[in-house]
Ligand binder design. Structure first.
Ligand code: B4P
Length: 191
């Protein structure tokens, strides 16, 4: 099985590229941001809990995220692998992911890290905020907080995978198609 962590700061294109990867490589897309937004839309207790954190651009507590991912992995059947999008976002989450995969005799194949500078991220998120309805995209202070949270809490996750020789950097600037080509090139090498 091909189990990929698609990594990068907010607005790096993780969701955008995941959609293409899923179509071409038949992996199961597990986006924690999307799962939370689904809960939010359905008004579940989990959604209500996550909303306050998400709207401010803060991370939802690890225990909540980890439980949600565990449940999703446990209910997945007959998949070629997973594309983890927006997860893990802390080193604690990365440790928990390794543990939960181990219980299914699985492991992470590689982390692909989309590299995009902060000025481009701000432009993309503000642009998306015009139509997405996402509170965390609409306010400059929240966008700045998301970039700060990424630098402080999430960036160290890259070192966790570098230490395991599972880290690949991908230039995340350019057309969506050209970035997808770079990703496909890396994925083919794992097959
Ligand atoms: P996410 O849903 O993961 O949101 P994101 O980081 O903003 O999305 P992404 O990087 O996927 O951007 P996209 O491709 O859409 O998380 C939202 C919130 O949920 C977090 O802030 C947190 O509160 C919570 N959360 C989620 N996971 C969590 C976890 N594990 N632990 C704790 N909390 C968690 O691209 C952005 C924009 O750029 C789009 O408009 C797109 O069209 C555009 N774009 C993409 N590629 C482009 C390109 N090549 N050129 C130009 N524009 C491009």
């Amino acid at each position: 099985m091909l189990n990929i962590v698609l990594f990068g700061p907010p607005g790096a294109g993780k969701g955008t590229q995941s959609e293409l990867i899923v179509k071409q490589h038949g992996l199961l897309h597990l986006s924690t941001g999307e799962l939370f937004r689904k809960h939010l839309g359905e008004g579940t207790d989990l959604g209500k809990l996550a909303q306050g954190y998400m709207d401010q651009g803060n991370l939802v507590p690890d225990a909540v995220v980890i439980k949600m991912v565990e449940d999703r992995i446990a209910t997945a059947s007959k998949v070629n692998g997973f594309i983890f999008d927006g997860f893990p976002r802390t080193v604690n989450q990365a440790l928990a992911l390794d543990q939960m995969l181990l219980t299914h005799d699985l492991s992470i194949t590689s982390m692909l890290s989309l590299e995009v500078e902060a000025s481009e991220l701000r432009l993309r998120l503000r642009e998306r905020g015009k139509t997405s309805g996402r509170k965390d995209d609409q306010d400059n202070i929240k966008i700045e907080n998301r970039i700060k949270v990424y630098n402080e809490e999430t960036r160290p996750v890259a070192d966790y995978y570098k230490d395991q020789n599972k880290y690949t950097s991908i230039k995340g600037v350019g057309s969506v198609a050209s970035i997808f080509q770079l990703i496909t090139h890396e994925l083919e090498a794992f097959k």
